[in-house]
Design a protein around this ligand. Structure first.
Ligand code: GDP
Length: 477
């Protein structure tokens, strides 16, 4: 007789060391409190300062969230073009653009900026944000209401919008009557004036504006660490500088039940019983779709050199010790838009034994062929695959890919990064171990706000340096 729900075994630290707030309805978002069931290893601990900052953020979000009286009043001011000098709440609106990995990274960056500037983060739901992520904050939605007055302009905002901060600077009107809103253009094509966003003097102007509307496709956190006004606060929030995305990601991004179904069914079927799990994320930025021989050779060269995949034996014969000894089971999870690499690696371990007698299972959840970021089911799978990769013990990622950054950051692992091939040849060395699990900021500014000259922003402080996979990018160490 099993008609009553059994009390589920409550996992010990389902709040991830108080990173998560208690009190959410567990059924409506199973992943929130179940995710730790699939994660191996000892979880990192967030600083008590970050935890208290998150709790006070949640209180602010509840006070200022959609359709609260503060929200309604600030929206009224926006509609009428009034500028109230002391609004109760100030907002940051995040606009959904670009592929899913990029969106996850910019959303985390936007949230950190909101934490640092006491703003309330509201997200443009795009076509599928609500279908992919549970609500992260208790008792108040983070989704921007559909009747928000600027929504119709979101798709029009671009580098030349006269409401952008960069263009306001160019027209010399930062000191004139403060505006009810400002558009922050932090996309990869932003110019020198847009980049002044990363200067303390300019933040002082922005501080007075109740609505900031942001478009970005970059993980811009590293440059926030170079701003003197945020330095002390960031140091207290993140004593370990290379855990920023890890903690913000674990805090913000909980797969919805639909996506959690994809993740948990796959995990239970293919990963849970393995003694060791390996994730290989293959992202090829090439005009033709592949598969390419040089990429396959590169993967094998990397995983052999670094002893990531079990060594292939030249001898023939069955699995060694098949009746008596327990065989080590290795599960290899491959993600790629193409199925070609997976098929070759799977066949390799079918056609050959391994020297140490491991049993190697190789699989790939989907092969969607093309990026189709506007399709719901496609993005569900992309999110599930990033998450599954984050659950593996050892991770191999591709250069320049935000898809891989999300996996390494959520997983809290330093991946081996496959170098970007030139001229269709295998790079030498084929890969290297990342020095930190943080994502790379692909389009950082190179400007010294005080001296008003160009500088190498990767050489200012020891914890912000150039990325392993992109020489001009910046990341936290
Ligand atoms: P990036 O372009 O590698 O930085 O990653 P993004 O996630 O921003 O954009 C790539 C998009 O292409 C993903 O969001 C997916 O829609 C799709 N994509 C790329 N690689 C894969 C993959 O291995 N699996 C799946 N399911 N989708 C992928």
């Amino acid at each position: 007789e099993n008609s009553h729900a059994q009390p589920v075994e409550v996992p010990k630290d389902k709040l991830l060391g108080d990173l998560l707030a208690p009190g959410f309805d567990e059924g409506s978002c199973q992943s929130r409190y179940q995710s730790l069931l699939y994660r191996r290893g000892v979880p990192q601990k967030a600083s008590s300062y970050l935890i208290s900052k998150l709790r006070s953020y949640e209180a602010r979000h509840k006070k200022c969230g959609p359709y609260t009286s503060s929200y309604n009043k600030t929206v009224e001011d926006l509609k009428s073009g009034r500028h109230s000098s002391t609004p109760e709440c100030n907002y940051l609106v995040w606009i959904s653009v670009s592929g899913l990995g990029n969106r996850i990274l910019t959303l985390a960056s936007a949230f950190l900026y909101a934490l640092l500037t006491d703003r309330v983060l509201l997200v443009d739901r795009g076509v599928d944000i609500h279908d992919l992520f549970c609500e992260p904050f208790p008792e108040a939605s983070w989704l921007l209401p559909l009747d928000f007055p600027l929504t119709t302009e979101f798709s029009i905002f671009n580098q030349s919008s006269h409401q952008s901060y960069g263009n306001v600077v160019k027209s010399n009107s930062t000191e004139s009557a403060p505006r009810p809103y400002m558009y922050l253009h932090l996309l990869h094509d932003y110019d020198d004036q847009d980049k002044l966003f990363f200067c303390d003097q300019d933040q002082a102007h922005l501080q007075r504006i109740p609505w900031l509307v942001l478009k970005s496709d970059n993980y811009f956190v590293p440059s926030l660490f170079l701003m003197p006004s945020f330095e002390q606060e960031l140091h207290s929030l993140f004593p370990d500088k290379d855990t920023v995305f890890h903690f913000l990601g674990r805090y913000l991004f909980h797969p919805t039940n639909a996506v959690w179904g994809l993740i948990s069914r796959y995990y239970e079927a293919y990963l849970s019983k393995a003694d060791a799990t390996i994730g290989i994320q293959i992202r090829v930025f090439d005009v033709s779709p592949g598969p390419f021989k040089h990429i396959f050779d590169q993967i094998l060269s990397c995983t052999t050199r670094e002893s990531i995949l079990p060594e292939i034996s030249q001898q023939e014969g069955g699995v060694v010790g098949s009746t008596t000894t327990q065989k080590r089971r290795v599960s290899v999870l491959i993600t790629s838009l193409s199925s070609g690499y997976f098929e070759q690696i799977r066949d390799l371990y079918w056609e050959n034994p391994t020297t140490a007698g491991e049993v190697v299972a190789v699989f790939q959840p989907s092969h969607e062929i093309h990026q189709q970021s506007e399709k719901q089911n496609h993005n569900r799978k992309a999110w599930a695959e990033m998450y599954l990769l984050s659950l593996t013990d050892k991770l191999v990622t591709s250069s320049w890919s935000t898809f891989g950054y999300v996996a390494q950051g959520l997983g809290g692992v330093k991946p081996w990064i496959l170098h970007k091939p030139e001229n269709h040849t295998v790079p030498d060395p084929p890969c290297r171990r990342a020095m930190s699990m943080e994502p790379c900021f692909h389009a950082p500014p190179f400007y010294d706000c005080k001296a008003r000259t160009g500088i190498d922003t990767g050489a200012v402080v020891p914890h912000v340096r150039h990325c392993e996979d992109m020489s001009w990018g910046l990341k936290l160490f």
